[in-house]
Design a protein around this ligand. Sequence first.
Ligand code: NAD
Length: 547
Amino acid sequence: MNDQVPSTLHRGVKILHDPVRNKGTAYTEAERDALNLRGLLPPRVHSMAEQELRVLGNIRAKPTDLERYLYLIALQDRNETLFYRVIMDNLEEMMPIIYTPTVGRACQEFQHIYRKPRGFYVSYQDKGRIREILQNWPHKNARIIVVTDGERILGLGDLGADGMGIPIGKLSLYTACAGIHPTQCLPVMFDVGTNNEKLLNDPLYNGLERRRVRGEEYDALFDEFISAAKDLFPGILIQIEDFGNTNAFRLLEKYRHNTCLFDDDIQGTGAVAVAGIIAAMRITGGKLSDQKILFLGAGEAGIGVADVFVAALREEGMSTEDARKHCWFVDSKGLLVGGRDNIAAHKAPYAHEHPYIETLPEAVKALKPTALLGLSGQPGIFTKDVVESMARINDRPIIFALSNPTSKAECTAEQAYTWSEGRAVFASGSPFRSVKIDNRTLVPGQGNNAYIFPGVGLGVIVSRSRAVTDEMFLAASHSLANQVTAEDLERGRVYPALSRIREVSALIARDVAKMAYDNGYTDKQEPDDILADVRDHMYHPVYPHYA
Ligand code: NAD
């Protein structure tokens, strides 16, 4: 805790406008004297708990979630400590506002609701001087970057520079869920244009007015950005987020071996969904190797989950080739089978020999999967017929409708439970309310990547790992599944309650850090108690004393 009186630069009105140091009405009498704040604040000193009460009253009185989002971002801009206090004390209520689904709405409206800059913009115009401009970032201790080029924001498509809400929201979750210090977090919008005509025709659009840069020019610019970031912030962890799927797979492959970089849509989603399947086994019985998964959607998320699932089967001793045969895909062109035209490289390993099938309902009937995972962004595509088929084939069918935001979910929790007579083990990407069926209350699990990436990031940062590997994501997956309690499962929930997320993240960080020490990815000496070391690094939103 900083108990230094800040330099003259940070006295008086300046400290009130510094979101990192501002305490608002919570400055004590002594601090008001020491910091020249007399007269600049109303006389009554409030505790943080009282301030929180006021904030909650305001948020709850807002008519829409978008208004709540705006209120919270404004709070983050004026008093970061109080913002995190409110988020952390009320995570289940606030997470859907600062992240999916409301953040999706906010990105769609970004140019209209824009008030104040947040995060860092690297654009095509900055070519050749990214290192120079990156020095404008005020926090030299940045340890983690989340970067997007806005091409595939959640399931909402190309939102160009309006996608900035995503890195901002994700990094808020790093802090709220895993205690990574806010000043260590750097949100970046990599603006190379947009192909979204509506945005290009909107005079209020904030991004570059041009169509997307592609090919070598794109690659050179991204490379310049990565080199500058690594140079200015040694050891930085970089998360690539919501890139279009061709760039996402390509960039991940290009950088994963020489940069501490991962793609949350691919690896984070993989880890969280596989954790849900591992936990679901405790309800359905059987082993991972008994599962046949049918994925709807063979994009970043679907392939990411299959890859982690394959890694989990390999850990059980199965060959990669055999493990892949447990994963089947239906995409926009029907069942992915060998011989189908123009199969993208990332899908090829999962194109099995099988007669072609055109539709999902037919594929379910023919393949008889134990689990159906929706990662297609196609709302309502898990129809009554599909769910009923799954329930005929399986005593406890696993049905995860993971597309975000809520409006894109392949089916709702209520539909999955009702159409399967309450037997589905259901999880979704965005939150759904509990469902009452036959006097039982079923609580859908939220397969939210926030269960994984904050803990992985914390583990990498605390251990000072030079690498973030697939094995770390699988370790995180096991770690998360192990933290699902018997009581969670009793209620049908395959993920721990969100209210436990700080503890969940700390244990994931411990397991990830252990991999860094065991595999020599770090020069840091392994501490006697890794978990205690992790906890020591975690940020708590409490005000410093300045006098
Ligand atoms: P993507 O664009 O890379 O892939 C989408 C896939 O869906 C493609 O394979 C496409 O062929 C397929 N598809 C489209 N229309 C289809 C149709 N009518 N029938 C069958 N398949 C169809 O996108 P992505 O990154 O893989 O994300 C997909 C969805 O998953 C998004 O809605 C995203 O929000 C969601 N997601 C959820 C989580 C989570 O819950 N934890 C994490 C990441 C992504």
